[in-house]
Design a protein around this ligand. Sequence first.
Ligand code: ASP
Length: 304
Amino acid sequence: MSASWTLALHGGAGTIAREAMSDTARAAHLEALHAALEAGAAVLRDGGSAEEAVVAAVVALEDCPLFNAGRGSALSAAGTVEMDAALMLSNGRAGAVTGVRRLRNPVLAARAVMRAGGAVMLAGEAADAFGEAEGLATAPPAYFETPQRRAQLLAARRAGAMALDHDGGFGTVGAVARDRAGRLAAATSTGGMTNKPPGRVGDSPILGAGTWADAVVAVSCTGTGEAFLRVAAAHEVSARMRHAGQPLEVAAGQVIRREVPAAGGRGGLVAVDARGNAALPFGTPGMYRGVARAGAAPWAAIHA
Ligand code: ASP
């Protein structure tokens, strides 16, 4: 099926037990997904670019404390917020930041890196300073941290493990889009995994691992980042389509159901191809996700 524009987004894949979620919580989560879908869809409906649409959708999810990106980011083992984000377009332009602590919207910093030209990725304090110099909004640590994230860190410390933030909470966010002009874009933003070692970088900001866009497909991943890194998950979707001739649904499904588990991980992704088809496979009980396309009602869901 093709459409003149398509937007798909995720708010993380994890073990979100259906019975553990109250009706009120469920409604709040779906409402947040619909608000982010509308932020991106409004851009595409008006003829705006896939780039603008994915950034608008991701900013909405970063600003929502329910998701593990921007406000409400997961906490590292040191109790700090260290956020990663990436943006990539089908024309090959890309920008990424990793380990930022002050920028309210890391995806805007990724876009600023892309627009500045030169470097594709900036890390740590230098990335924060770059964003500030670009006029991006900053916030103190208290803005990013929520009581839920602190509780998750304490639980992960007790378990002595690094945890997928959305095991019981909310996850990494991302969006992919095809605009009316046929351009594709992908963006991903995350606080990473709870109790991660300080300095740890997951798949989300790494082009080809958690985020990828080319002329064929745009992909944003979520899940145990180390496994997505090992199989270059996002790029693998494109490789399967380009070199093996697999349709989007097959390529995306095999990466999530075979390759990521074979590398010891789990999670999901959202992808949109050049014809406007969308795929949202996940290998977990749920993935916060949604799709909006020209001429159809927006759709969002949490469980299978
Ligand atoms: N993939 C992210 C990471 O490893 C985590 C997530 O998707 O929630 O940093």
